[in-house]
Design a binder for this molecule. Structure first.
Ligand SMILES: Nc1ncnc2c1ncn2[C@@H]1O[C@H](COP(=O)(O)OP(=O)(O)OP(=O)(O)O)[C@@H](O)[C@H]1O
Length: 294
């Protein structure tokens, strides 16, 4: 096992920020950490990094204490911070040197990443001269510069426009392919769904859903039936006592399984209701999140 969080607890006064949680993440896999504001995600991450001291519990990497100074970790904090009056290349070099990189290697990697994020033109600008989104990209570069094995990204997409969010998505995809161990905390369900094999949903310090994304979806117990029909499909749903929503010609209903979906289609056929289109879709993470956490 790569990462193992065992019975981790942190209280601030009477407020239980993280309540006896246990999480496992195999090396080389990606964990999506989800939860509403104040759920305990950042506190958990900070305890991993030794920035917050747990009240109890332990965090292990490959069976040994998870120690930031002994591991190769890239951390993008939720609170962003660059030196406003320092040139971009200079501060990236500084961050690289803090991680033990030589000047030459740091310079090569800085050029590589600036080009990848299409911001080479800012290399010799002061951080304060960059837009918020471009500062964010610099901070992502600082996180990845030393090619860490374990990457912890706290809300990496916040502040990025759709084009930059896509380019960060492509970078994360490459990191996944390189078998980096990644923890991704994000409110963007579609990103979690795209990259994370494992998910952990937190609510008020507790874990309410955790495991392989596919298993979480399978165990949700519902699929989404979507039918397009110009006929009187309402009557079919009512006859079968299946709640539905109608939007124009599109009908949406939650069914327990394929058979229940097929029964609706068969009943429509038997009643002579014309169907233009139908599909049975997996539940979305957003749907599961809203139900379990929202
Ligand atoms: N330094 C602190 N002092 C006191 N309480 C804190 C401190 N840091 C966090 N908390 C509390 O701990 C709880 C968990 O906060 P945390 O920042 O871990 O949530 P989060 O899931 O990361 O939320 P967000 O999505 O808003 O970043 C909240 O109730 C918060 O108010």
């Amino acid at each position: 096992m790569g990462l193992e969080i065992r019975n981790l607890t942190k209280c601030y006064g009477d407020n239980v920020a993280v309540n006896n949680i246990s999480v496992q993440l195999p090396k080389g896999q990606v964990l999506g950490l989800l939860g509403r504001n104040g759920a305990g995600k950042t506190t958990t991450i900070k305890m991993m990094l030794g920035l917050v001291r747990p009240d109890s519990g332990e965090i292990l990497w490959e069976g040994r204490p998870f120690l930031r100074e002994e591991l190769s970790i890239g951390y993008l904090p939720e609170e962003r911070g660059l030196y406003p009056k320092t040139k971009i290349a200079e501060q990236l070099r500084y961050f690289g040197q803090l991680e033990g990189m030589g000047r030459k290697l740091a310079n090569e990697r800085i050029d590589y990443w600036l080009e990848k994020f299409e911001i080479t033109e800012y290399k010799n600008k002061l951080a304060s001269e960059l837009s918020k989104g471009n500062q964010q990209k610099i901070q992502i570069i600082a996180t990845l510069l030393h090619d860490p094995d374990i990457i912890i990204l706290d809300e990496p997409f916040s502040g990025l426009d759709p084009v930059n969010a896509t380019s960060l998505g492509n970078v994360i995809e490459e990191l996944v392919e390189q078998k980096k161990t990644i923890i991704l905390s994000s409110h963007r369900m579609e990103s979690i769904e795209m990259f994370c094999e494992n998910v952990c949903m937190m609510k008020k310090g507790d874990i309410v859903v955790s495991g392989k994304l596919q298993t979480v979806k399978d165990e949700y117990g519902y699929k989404n039936l979507r039918i397009t029909s110009a006929g009187q499909l309402e009557q079919v749903f009512r006859k079968l006592n299946t709640p539905f929503e109608k939007n124009g010609l599109v009908y949406n209903a939650k069914v327990h399984n394929e058979k229940e979906g097929m029964d609706i289609l068969k009943a429509a056929e038997a009643d002579g209701v014309p169907l233009q289109n139908f599909s049975l879709l997996e539940p979305t993470l957003h749907q599961i999140f809203v139900e379990r956490v929202g």
